[in-house]
Design a protein around this ligand. Sequence first.
Ligand code: IMP
Ligand code: MG
Length: 174
Amino acid sequence: MLKPLFTHEQIARRVAEMGQQITRDFEGESVVLIGVLKGACMFLSDLARQIKLDATFDFIAVSSYGAAKQSAGEVQLIKDVITPLQGMNVILVEDILDTGLTLSFLKRIFTARQPRTLKIAALLDKTSRRVAQVQADYVGFQIPDEFVVGYGLDYAERFRNLPEICILAEEIPK
Ligand code: IMP
Ligand code: MG
């Protein structure tokens, strides 16, 4: 069962604010947005259009949960960027920060490439589930410990195309 949490309008308003903040923070500079596939695709495309700066995109993919609702705790980079990041203002764009294992791993990998700055933009943040010490610089919404889908977020690859974000209240049949 799907319970609405944020409407498409609420998301759009918050993403616009995040874009304005990034625009102010990097005034006169350029940024590289790195989206974590596939969950961040909607967020990245909407956020990018609210950033009034010289911006480029790239994408990475990390090993996913598969059909499970919880991380196995091990993260692997399965697709890397093609952009050289040394001296660049890099913003990692992620759908949700949960245990933090994914982003702490990515932060470590990308710091080693010596960007000028490395920031994290996460649309959602489940602070109560944090295991790894990592914080996002730009957060859309703090959410409770519920499994959410829509606006890029999936459960076993489904529901990414919902315009809104919903709580997936119980297991659904395949
Ligand atoms: P972390 O490594 O535990 O922070 O997990 C981050 C990743 O887990 C996200 O990029 C999502 O792919 C996935 N994830 C965590 N919570 C949810 C959720 O509520 N719905 C859908 N995916 C989630
Ligand atoms: Mg993801």
